[in-house]
Design a protein around this ligand. Structure first.
Ligand SMILES: CC(=O)N[C@H]1[C@@H](OP(=O)(O)OP(=O)(O)OC[C@H]2O[C@@H](n3ccc(=O)[nH]c3=O)[C@H](O)[C@@H]2O)O[C@H](CO)[C@@H](O)[C@@H]1O
Ligand SMILES: C=C(OP(=O)(O)O)C(=O)O
Length: 439
């Protein structure tokens, strides 16, 4: 039998969309809190889990490790990590499956804390520049773990007879690094202080879930976490936040395609800089209850800085602007009036996809791997549909937004990148009136 993998989208662009959209649960929170179920032998219920490739891969990985997983309905799961098959961690299958996603790195902290051992292949995720793991391993070593790296197999091993709380200053505020160290410290002996900790909402959510499991964590939401280790953690139930990157993607989509869209239940207070950045691009929207309503408008004009100089939008660790939305901001700017400098400081290979936008007719100068200057077309002419390949998840969605706004047909290949993090995206866009199908 010949199975064809439907890994492309065919899009006929240029049509305004209309309707309501509910953001999925957050991919990056899911990867943290689902890894944390390994810390307890009791049942942990998690609601609003997104049905996306990365999360499903992590859940499968946990099942292979022996975690009992019950699906209670859409997005609702119960996990129980009573017995864990540590031998599986040495298997070829684990090496292959673990390497498929970035989030798998976060099983290391819990395994080390509860069983004194952990192995992990170099994790996957987007090819958007070097993605080192030093912060994770230096932090775990400070807690007392021994660490070994087999470069020929790209395989990390860690072990510890006892983890002991200590003070540490992280070399960078790594999101998954902080999550891993926190998950190890909650079961360590004594107090761990993590300074320069990442503090984005998903780390806060992880800390809240751990607290409801019985962990003692102070400083949640700040860059100084203090964790008093406990002997054992219990069960809990937890509800995940909506995905802020999806919410930002939908704001950008609405502006770029002249659409009237309501994004439901956004948890506005948790969106940090995101609404402000889209406002700086000249996009108008209203907060109605906890929904963001974006009216259909023909044009939007990028602001300048107060002194009249060209606006720069740059990423930074939270509470700065998330790097995961810069590609979307960039594409939205291509049809604005005015200019903006997009400065992707955190990842070095995330802007190369602008070549495809240039082929579609956008005016962009890639100054260097980190900076792109966008000179908005101000709707003087539409982008035109082309065939292209999605290099990473966020570039993929940016190209999708560009294609939905463009005149004519576009084909986007390699959309399994998009499936990593956006649930049923074509069906949800079709419900808003988009002409998109998987081919
Ligand atoms: C599964 C998951 O949750 N992935 C997210 C997580 O990845 P991840 O946890 O892998 O990303 P890190 O926070 O470790 O680092 C991201 C990049 O920023 C650089 N860096 C980081 C901190 C800092 O203070 N200075 C600095 O320059 C790092 O060197 C790296 O190049 O956080 C990233 C940053 O928000 C997001 O893009 C990813 O979507
Ligand atoms: C970079 C991302 O994901 P990951 O860390 O899983 O590669 C992202 O979600 O934009």
């Amino acid at each position: 039998m010949n199975f064809r993998i439907m890994d492309s989208f065919e899009i006929i662009g240029g049509k305004p969309l209309k309707g309501e959209i509910i953001p999925q649960g957050a991919k990056n929170e899911a990867l943290q809190v689902i890894s944390a179920v390994l810390l307890s032998e009791e049942k942990i219920t998690i609601e609003n889990v997104p049905d996306i490739k990365d999360v499903n891969n992590l859940i499968n990985l946990l099942e292979d490790l022996g975690v009992a997983v019950q699906r209670h309905g859409k997005g609702s799961f119960a996990f129980q990590a009573k017995t864990i098959d540590l031998d599986y961690l040495r298997s070829e299958e684990f090496k292959r499956k673990g390497a498929a996603l970035r989030g798998s790195i976060m099983i290391v902290g819990p395994l080390l804390a509860r069983f004194g051992k952990a192995w992990i292949p170099k994790p996957g995720g987007d090819k958007i520049g070097r993605r080192r793991l030093d912060t994770h391993f230096i932090g775990l070593q400070k807690l007392g773990a021994r660490f070994d790296y087999d470069a020929s197999e790209s395989f990390f091993s860690l072990s510890a007879t006892e983890l002991k709380g200590t003070y540490m200053l992280l070399d960078e505020a790594s999101v998954t690094g902080t999550a891993n160290i926190v998950m190890a410290a909650v079961l360590a002996k004594g107090v761990t202080t993590i300074y320069n900790a990442a503090c984005e909402p998903y780390i806060q959510q992880l800390c809240r879930m751990l607290t409801s499991m019985g962990a003692i964590i102070n400083g949640i939401g700040s860059n100084m976490l203090s964790i008093e280790g406990v002997d054992k953690l219990g069960g809990a139930s937890h509800r995940m936040l909506p995905d802020m990157i999806e919410i930002g993607s939908f704001i950008g989509l609405a502006a770029m395609t002249r659409s009237e869209i309501t994004i439901k239940d956004v948890h506005y207070p948790e969106l940090g800089q995101i609404p402000g950045v889209f406002r700086k691009l000249g996009i108008h929207f209203e907060l109605r209850g906890d929904d963001i309503y974006i009216p259909s408008r023909d044009s939007y004009e990028i602001e300048t800085f107060i002194d009249g100089s060209i606006l720069t939008i740059a990423d930074a660790p939270w509470p700065g602007f998330t790097p995961d939305l810069l590609s979307i901001v960039l594409v939205v700017a291509t049809q604005a009036s005015g200019s903006v400098l997009i400065h992707q400081k955190m990842f070095e290979s995330r802007l190369f996809f602008v070549d495809k936008l240039i082929d579609m007719g956008a005016r962009i100068i890639l100054c260097d791997p980190h900076r792109a200057n966008v000179i908005g077309l101000g709707r003087k002419y539409p982008l035109k549909g082309i065939e292209m390949t999605s290099p990473d998840i966020r570039a993929g969605v940016s190209l999708l937004i560009a294609a939905l706004s463009a005149e004519g047909k576009s084909i986007i290949r390699n959309v399994s990148q998009i499936d990593r993090g956006y649930q049923d995206i074509e069906q949800r866009l079709q419900a808003l009136g988009a002409e998109i199908k998987r081919v």
